[in-house]
Design a protein around this ligand. Sequence first.
Ligand SMILES: NC(=O)C1=CN([C@@H]2O[C@H](COP(=O)(O)OP(=O)(O)OC[C@H]3O[C@@H](n4cnc5c(N)ncnc54)[C@H](O)[C@@H]3O)[C@@H](O)[C@H]2O)C=CC1
Ligand SMILES: O=C([O-])CC(=O)C(=O)O
Length: 314
Amino acid sequence: MKITVVGAGAVGATTADNLVRRNIAEEIILLDIKEGFAEGKAQDMMQTSALLGFDSKIKGVTNDYLSTAGSEVAVITSGIPRKPGMTREELIGTNANIVKTVVDNLIKHSPDIIILIVSNPMDTMTYLALKSSGLPKNRIIGMGGALDSARFKYQLSDKLNASANDLNAIVIGGHGDTTMIPLIKHATWNSVAVTDFLNEDEQADIVKKTMVGGATLTALIGTSAWYAPGAAAAAMVESIVKDQNRLFTASVYLEGEYGQEDINIGVPVIINKKGWDKIVPMKLSAEEEELFKASADAVRKMNQVLFDEGVLKK
Ligand SMILES: NC(=O)C1=CN([C@@H]2O[C@H](COP(=O)(O)OP(=O)(O)OC[C@H]3O[C@@H](n4cnc5c(N)ncnc54)[C@H](O)[C@@H]3O)[C@@H](O)[C@H]2O)C=CC1
Ligand SMILES: O=C([O-])CC(=O)C(=O)O
């Protein structure tokens, strides 16, 4: 089993670190365009092996796609992160060409690969990866909802003084400050509705804090987050590699599901060795349906930029 992580920056290195500690692959290739950068990070991680007790090997390479040959899964984190005050959508100009080139290179050497897209704006980058590669839709997955749902559980656990592990709560929609939809009316604390414990103002506050979770961290750190993003990407890769059938919200290609088509956006899906397998239907309220439609409209507007800029042809 070989896994490739493209981009050895904050998120890529954290993803690789989480994966290597899980011991789920014989080999992890960490690839970056910056000379020596991935090699250095990989060597640093390998030097934790005697301390942490894993047997997986991690190898860093500089833009060498031959080393990635035969990878079963790749995680794409290459591209620029946002700075305080920016939106994820502002990254499209730089990141679209990077993601497109990386996907091309990966497929040349690993035609059966499953690709997890992390680079932002993630829903649009996932759509781009699918459309430019022509890969079957189930093998292109966008990571956003898994992270946003973990942040949602964090906010709930903080307010309820509960263990995040006892909470069931998901975020659907786009992975953007204004497009994500934390489904608070569906969230439970070990099967008891969280709304039984929170008034409307408290619920609205948790939803808001979840939606701007990434922006809040970017303002505090000066660049965007990596610990939870890396952990979320690794958890999804584990579900693929171990065929776990875990349910995550992820950005997948819709063909009529949730009332949308020709778009990648976050919905609940089963993740297993096929990539994303089934889309799980949910009964949404009229208000949630409206929010989902508005979210899809915003993501679609961003996808249009790919055509306007000639990155994708109609
Ligand atoms: N989907 C999500 O939930 C999340 C997405 N992100 C996104 O992930 C991306 C990476 O973020 P960070 O790791 O913090 O950035 P970073 O700047 O720390 O790392 C990015 C790395 O990509 C490399 N790179 C650039 N072009 C490349 C190419 N053509 N081939 C290979 N490597 C290349 C850079 O040299 C750099 O090392 C950003 O776009 C960020 O917005 C970050 C967190 C969560
Ligand atoms: O906030 C950002 O730009 C990075 C990201 O997607 C996240 O942490 O959710």
